[in-house]
Design a protein around this ligand. Structure first.
Ligand code: EPU
Length: 442
């Protein structure tokens, strides 16, 4: 439980390290190599702990780098003794992560079989895995659903295939990459995701010996090879964490230097940030984000796959938009159910209405269904303290920022969810001048 005292602008410096949405995937890629891999910039987050445990259950030795320790976040991953983990252990360990699904291809290549427990992750929609299973079947895997999870087998070496995704899913694109690199022959993937984290995974795989071409029209061509080596790689920085701190600066009227943030990964975010009245300076070692004083301006935006406005940037920005003058419209087109976090903001005094219609943009997949996937935010509204439980990673970050921007003291429980994706979260908040007290749950 956390008591958060509001009304203090966040000011100071935070550092972002490797991206939560790349590092676990690069760790999984190490399973494909015949020699050890070295990954740098690994953040101390719960998702990394979960993947470390999963890889260890499959015989991969995961050790911190010899000299560099936590400061550089180096991990050495040695896949010399890969084996099938115990199903009970895998099930118990995987917990809330969706990463286990990405072990399928590498394990099928190495062992001819894999077991994937039922998947968790943030509660932000149905988050199905149908694309993953469809592509694995196309490579020749046999998929059996069992009560506890999914058992996959490869009766023979997986074969390259031509496949098109119904939607440019990040996870399904990673699934294809991690499977195709060691499959026999050529794979062509159409309608692929091309997020910066996907491109970084392509870099990792190329370093290992894979042959991948990227066509900007969302087509990936992968020539399978018989053997891959380990890699040496430094992860791209976490652009989602950087955008979260940027929005926190705006929402609290603060000034935050985000060391490690990279302009090239955040161009779309930076455009919107400036449009609503935020200032930023791109410096050699990061980006400084600040509220320049005066009024913020409302905006209309739509989340989308890269190079669009990323869905993970939406929630912290909504908190800043409660402070903007006028009516903002946000159309969420990636997940059908990502506005649940606005309930708590309404209780704090925000004026936010949710709609089933596609507002302010082009019609999306969710338009004719019953999903509240558009939000209208009218501002500026002062926020006041409230008590709430953290719902999911990005929603939780937003709630804490709202509590910091609000008048009074909010009681927050379930803060642990935030550690899944934000490293040293409370330490960073403390360093930025936030006032809060941690106390044991009653
Ligand atoms: N989808 C399907 N079937 C599938 C897979 C996806 O219908 O088999 C749908 C999803 O339901 C969703 C859409 O496709 O509506 C996009 O999902 P995607 O597969 O792209 O998402 P993901 O790989 O599960 C990753 C990130 C998310 C991020 C999304 C979108 C990781 C671990 N997670 O999820 O990050 O929002 O891509 O960019 O990389 C977060 O960081 O808080 C987070 C949720």
């Amino acid at each position: 439980m956390l008591d958060v005292h509001g009304g203090v602008p966040l000011k100071g410096t935070v550092r972002v390290r490797g991206a939560k949405n790349l590092v676990p995937k690069a760790m999984v890629a190490a399973l494909l190599g015949d020699t050890p891999s070295v990954l740098r910039g690994v953040p101390a987050i719960r998702d990394v702990e979960i993947v470390t445990g999963l890889l260890e259950l499959h015989g991969v030795r995961v050790t911190p780098g010899p000299d560099r320790g936590d400061a550089d976040g180096e991990l050495v991953l040695d896949p010399a003794a890969v084996e099938q983990g115990s199903i009970v252990d895998i099930d118990a360990h995987a917990g809330s992560s969706r990463i286990p699904i990405l072990l399928c291809g590498p394990l099928l290549h190495r062992l001819g079989q894999a077991f994937i427990p039922d998947l968790g992750g943030c509660r932000i929609g149905d988050r199905p895995i149908d694309f993953h299973l469809d592509v694995l079947r196309k490579f020749g895997a046999v998929v059996d659903k069992t009560p506890g999870g999914i058992r996959l087998t490869a009766p023979q070496r997986l074969r390259g295939t031509k496949v098109g995704l119904p939607y440019p899913s990040v996870g399904a694109t990673e699934q294809v990459l991690l499977t195709a690199v060691r499959a026999e022959g050529v794979t062509e993937l159409r309608n692929a995701a091309i997020e910066p984290e996907i491109m970084d995974l392509v870099m990792v795989l190329q370093k290992m010996g894979a042959s991948i071409t990227v066509d900007p029209a969302r087509v990936l061509r992968i020539e399978g090879v018989d053997r891959l080596d380990g890699y040496f790689h430094r992860s791209l920085p976490d652009r989602n964490e950087a955008a979260s701190w940027a929005s926190a600066a705006l929402a609290t009227g603060g000034d935050i230097m985000v060391e490690g943030a990279r302009q090239q990964d955040m161009v779309t975010f930076l455009n919107i940030f400036r449009k609503i009245g935020g200032r930023f300076d791109v410096l050699e070692d990061g980006i400084r984000f600040r509220h320049p004083g005066g009024d913020l301006t409302s905006t209309v935006l739509e989340t989308d796959v890269h190079p669009g406005f990323m869905t993970d940037w939406q929630q912290p920005l909504v908190v800043a938009l409660t402070r903007a003058s006028g009516v903002s419209i946000i159309h969420e087109t990636v997940y059908e159910n990502r506005f649940g976090f606005t309930d708590a903001l309404r209780r704090m005094g925000a004026t936010i209405q949710l709609y089933r219609e596609c507002l302010g943009g082009t019609p999306c997949r969710f338009g004719r269904q019953n999903y509240l996937h558009s939000a209208v935010v009218a501002g500026p509204t002062p926020l006041r303290a409230a008590d709430f439980t953290v719902p999911d990673l990005r929603g939780g970050f937003s709630h804490i920022v709202a509590a910091l921007a609000a008048e009074g003291t909010s009681q927050v429980s379930g803060i642990d969810v935030i550690n899944r994706g934000y490293e040293h979260f409370l330490d960073k908040l403390h360093g930025l001048g936030a006032r809060f007290d941690a106390k044991a749950a009653a």
